[in-house]
Design a protein around this ligand. Structure first.
Ligand code: FES
Length: 123
């Protein structure tokens, strides 16, 4: 049912934790399953230098958080904003249809964290 990549990122998730004084924090949830994902960003000159996540959710939500945080690390804010749930699913070699919404949560959490960063920067 799950690809090796999903199993790998689920059993050894990368970038777990939180960042104190993060430059951007995004928290999103899915009302149906009740899962919650929170992403913390450290950003220097518009480049994401560090990223951590905390996910209270299913295995696919943990795997998508893990790979999405890996995908945006070292990227510019502009590049990270282009991340789509489709790209996250592809990077995991696919997800079962009923788990696609978990990858949407990852895309939304990244975008919410960047929006928070941009709001703070504009102040
Ligand atoms: Fe809802 Fe995975 S079941 S995020």
């Amino acid at each position: 049912m799950y690809s090796d990549k999903v199993m790998d990122h689920f059993s050894c998730p990368r970038n777990v934790g939180e960042i104190e004084n993060a430059d951007g924090v995004g928290e999103v949830g899915n009302a149906h399953c009740g899962d919650i994902m929170k992403i913390y960003l450290k950003i220097e000159e518009d480049v994401i230098t560090d990223v951590k996540f905390k996910t209270f959710g299913c295995g696919a939500a943990i795997a998508t958080s893990s790979i999405a945080t890996d995908m945006i690390k070292g990227k510019t804010v502009e590049e990270a904003l282009k991340i789509t749930n489709k790209a996250v699913v592809e990077a995991l070699d696919g997800l079962p249809a009923q788990k696609i919404h978990c990858s949407v949560l990852a895309e939304e959490a990244v975008k919410a964290a960047i929006e928070d960063y941009q709001k703070k920067k504009a102040q």
